[in-house]
Design a protein around this ligand. Structure first.
Ligand code: UD1
Length: 361
């Protein structure tokens, strides 16, 4: 059975890595399961893509669709046309997509229209915020998915409410956490550690890239002022996404405690996170990693598709009003933050559970 594994953008790479490693392991034990790794090219910079392949030991993609940047529709269209062409030349039996990026949706549509079955890893999560492109990607993908691999019971409830047959839902856990736990002992101190003389719990890590937060210059400035004014003497390390970097270039904000770096590799970024006092972010995946590492996380969003990171883990939704930042930081600095626990099945063994199912179908 040939399975296409689709990877397009940075948050996909850590989700496909352990599935690929598990399939290879089974192959070496005689399993007939085969895969073809398809990189859509949505993320193409070395620091957004190649470094992750190298560090996570992901094999070179069998196919690169080289779709590159563009508007949502342009990217979707390019990926669909190119993936459809590949499938017409050499079809697979199952297309396995992960997460919620444009590539996830585009490849599932192209596959399903050719009557190829779709498996979705991280299915069923919902922010119920249709202003996020990711929410539309999740809804569309799940509406044509055949096998739903889920990370939480909430995801199951969402899918059942949408009318999905319970027999198609597999609660397997979280592949991103497989990658985190496997690589935890390999985390690498980034150069910035010595350059800034950082010490454990002596700094904050920040990431921001959501269009709603970063595209308006005044909003981003307001966030930064509030964070800088209320973080005591902590350094703030901000590995900056290309979208956000463009806005920072325009606003020209400098501060002696704010340190912007290029996007970091996986092992370096998570070294910083594991040793940080806290993380401030608008990412979804990072809230899962901080939950597992027990690091306080302040999320600058009004909603989350990962409620377990708040209900069980260390994440708090601070919202998108910069005025909410000072009280949250005061609470953090006074040591008053929930310790959190680890959600069910986020145990590093999700990929074997997924491949078990794939072998049965
Ligand atoms: C995408 C995902 C988002 C994910 C994020 C992580 C969608 C809808 N969004 O958003 O869920 O959290 O990736 O990074 O799929 N760019 C580069 N180099 C690259 C890639 C992009 O410079 O390697 C630039 C693009 O030209 C564009 C901007 O970054 O200006 C945004 O890239 P895009 O892929 O459109 O979406 P992200 O914001 O990265």
């Amino acid at each position: 059975m040939l399975i296409d594994i689709i990877a397009g953008a940075r948050p996909n790479f850590m989700k496909v890595a352990p599935i690929i490693h598990e399939i290879k392991k089974r192959q070496s034990l005689g399993s007939s399961i085969e895969f073809r790794l398809v990189h859509t090219g949505q993320h193409y910079d070395k620091k957004m893509s190649d470094d992750f392949f190298d560090q996570l030991n992901i094999p070179h993609p069998d196919v690169n669709l080289e779709s590159g940047s563009g508007t949502q529709a342009e990217q979707t269209a390019k990926i669909m046309v190119r993936y459809e062409q590949l499938l017409m030349e050499k079809p697979c039996e199952i297309t396995l997509v992960v997460g919620d990026v444009t590539s996830t949706m585009a490849c599932s549509i192209a596959a399903k229209k050719l009557n190829i079955r779709v498996a979705h890893v991280e299915a069923g999560i919902r922010s119920f915020d249709l202003s996020m492109p990711e929410e539309i990607n999740r809804m569309v993908t799940d509406s044509i998915t055949d096998y739903f691999f889920i990370t939480s019971e909430t995801a199951r409830e969402n899918l059942l409410k949408a009318g999905v047959d319970s027999g198609k839902i597999y609660f397997v856990g979280n592949t991103m956490i497989d990658t985190l736990l496997k690589n935890r002992s390999r985390f690498q101190q980034p150069e910035v550690w010595n350059e800034l003389n950082l010490s454990p719990k002596g700094y904050l890590v920040m990431t921001m890239h959501r269009p709603a937060n970063v595209d308006a210059e005044h909003k981003l400035k307001e966030f930064m002022f509030k964070i800088l004014d209320h973080s005591g003497d902590l350094s703030i390390i901000f590995p900056i996404h290309p979208r956000t970097a463009k806005v920072f270039d325009r606003i020209g904000l400098f501060h002696d405690r704010l340190h912007l770096t290029e996007p970091m590799s996986y092992l370096e970024f998570n070294y910083l996170v594991e040793n940080a006092m806290a993380v401030i972010t608008d990412s979804g995946g990072i809230t899962e990693e901080t939950t597992v590492m027990g690091i306080p996380c302040l999320t600058l969003r009004d909603n989350t598709e990962r409620p377990e990171t708040c209900e069980i883990g260390t994440n708090e939704l601070i919202g998108t009003d910069p005025l909410n930042i000072p009280p949250a930081l005061e609470r953090l600095l006074s040591g008053n933050w929930r310790k959190g626990e680890i959600p069910a099945l986020w145990d590093g063994k999700t990929s074997p559970r997924i491949v078990d199912v794939l072998e049965q179908i």
